[in-house]
Structure formats: structure tokens, C-alpha cells
Ligand binder design. Sequence first.
Ligand code: ZN
Length: 396
Amino acid sequence: MCKNRTCLLVLKVAVCVLLCACMIIQRSGTSFGEEGEAVEEPVKATYETAFFQKGWSREWMDNSMVTAPAGSYVTALRASLVNQPEGVTGTISYQVNLSGAGWLDWCEDMQEAGKAEGEMPLEAVRFRLTGQLATQYSIYYRVLQNGAWTEWVTDEAAAGVEGAGLRIDGIRIGIMPIDGTAPSEIPSGGIDPNRPMIALTFDDGPHGPVTTRILNSLEANGGRATFFMVGNRVPGNASVVSRMVSLGCEVGNHTYDHKYLTNLGDRAIRSSVGQTNQNIVNVSGALPVLMRPTGGYYNGASLSTLGSMGMSAIMWSLDTLDWKTRNADRTIDAVLNRVTDGDIVLMHDLYETTAVAAERIIPELTARGYQLVTVSELASYRGGVVPGGVYFSFGK
Ligand code: ZN
């Protein structure tokens, strides 16, 4: 306890300094978390792209790597800001060069730049910040063109080559303080192309109690997986499917009622796969581009039908046999003893034993340094997929 005046004075000064510090922090727009600690909320870009014959992508956050599905390309984009500091004016403006039309007008606030429903690709893009924002931040952007990402550019410079018949296949946008530092080479979403990655896949669901436990574990560990769903199960599990998409998981197709592709003709496959895609779009807004052949059976005719629907067939490189053993320990051992970089792991989100296994496998693989990614993410770093193709793994 303080018993003299000097000590009291020191205490008063200390309290004053603390109060002043708090006022300064509040003025700078910093907010406070649940336990009172300061939480930085940096200004970020948010953006969506329209892909040829696929429609609009989901909303992507600052410095996400957005790439077109196989056989498609970017026909339009729209962008906006989040966490804009109070009282700071300005926004993101953007302009696209549409093949055959040239540079279109500047757009703002999620206005469509380009022609989402059209056939023509974007060839180049430009971005700028306006108002007071432009005095504090720079906007960086780059595009995927002719198989490679361009360098970051900023402040109305064109990203992409116009007038050379080259289309844009992907885009990244990031906002940074105006000190000249470009965004991280590693896109948000955290995938580092130089570290090992695994695609966990779950077939035959969704099944609320099991799928929810798997999603909880993925969310807790910052991982994602791919769910190849049976179409007739989707409407009854709508909230589970939309949660998959909001967590960045991939929605895939496993026929409408679990029939083998090799027992179906062209029309029946179109109907079964098409109805499943429609059910998934209806509840999640996301259109599947990958199909897991039921039972692993496919032939040239069924692949050709899938290809004409813009879809690829995804098999597996590590079969846990979880459906057969119904034994969590054996499923865990099957994965942890055999898994290698680029594997596609087959499991089924129908059994409680698989939920138990996933709750061990997901944190353990993460601790071993594996990135748990979707099949499309894995493919995008390891050569990609084409419609009608069939893939078993994506090792280096
Ligand atoms: Zn199945």
C-alpha cells in the first residue's frame, strides 16, 4: 500500500497516462475484443468473379487466390471494401478490359464490371482507391493469364495483357498501407504452395450429426475438406451444406441416389448429376464442378458425359475402408500410417466412427504440418483438372 505523497502522485500520473492511452487508441478506430484487448481490423478488399458458364463465385476476402474452374475463365468482377475506418472517405474503383469491347467504364461498390452472362473473357483489369483512403492505403492486384500470375501492380496500372487474345483465368486483390509493401505471396486462406497438402474427402452424406462434427473439427483446426454428396440427402440437410460453403469446404457430386455411373446411360447421368448439382446450388449457392463416381465405377462413356457437363471425376489414393470396418482406430491408423503429400483420402460422413476418427485425424495431420485443402485447391497447385478427366491424387 502507498503511505506517502510521492507514491500517490506516481499513482495519479500512472492512471492519467493509462486514460490518455485509451483515448488515443479509441480515436484511431481500434476496437476491443471480449476480454478488453485491442483488436486490429485492417481495411480489406472483398471481391467476386463471374466465370464463363459457371456464374458468380462466392465472396472472397483480401488477397485470396481466385481461379476459374477447368474450361472456364473470368467474364466479370465486382469489388468492395470492409472495415473502412469511420470518417475516412473513398472506396475501390475498378475497370476491366473486355475482349472485343476494350476498356469499360469505371465501377464501384459491387457494380458488375464486364459481362457475367457473356462469352467474352476479361483481358486486363485496373484498380484504384479514391478519397482519403488513397492517401493512407494502396491497392495491389495481379491476374492469372497464360498459365502464370503477373507481378503485383498498383494505382491504375493494367494487370494483364490486352489485345493479344489472352484471357484472365484468376485474380488476387489486396489492400496495404501506403508504405510500398506488396501483399504477402501466400494468399489468405493460408495455402503455402511449398508446404505439403492433403485433400480429405467424405462421400455419401450429408448426414447432420456426423457431418456437423467433421465441420466443427475442420473449423477448429483451420482446415477444409470436400464433401461428395448424394443429391436426395441435400434438401433435408440444407443448413449443413451451406455451412460447408461458408467454411470454405468444397461441395461435390455423388449422384442423386447413389447409382453406379456404369449402369446409367448418357441421359440418366445428366439427370442424376444435374439434379444433384441443382439441389446443392439451391441450398448453398455453390455449383459443384467435381464428381466422385459411385463405388469408384466409371468408363469412357460416363466420363464423356461428365466432361460435357463441365465436370471432372475424382477418385482417391488412400482408402480408409471406414464404411467396412466401422472402427475409428482402424480408420485413424489407415490415414496416419500411410498418408503422403498430395493424397486424396476417402472416408464417408455417415458413421459415428468416422466422426470420431476425423476428430483425431484433422488435428494430427495439421500438427504434422499438412495443409488440409479442398480437392480443387489441391488440383489448382498441382496441374489442375479438365472436364471429363479422372484423377487419383495430386502428388508433386
Ligand atoms: Zn458412395
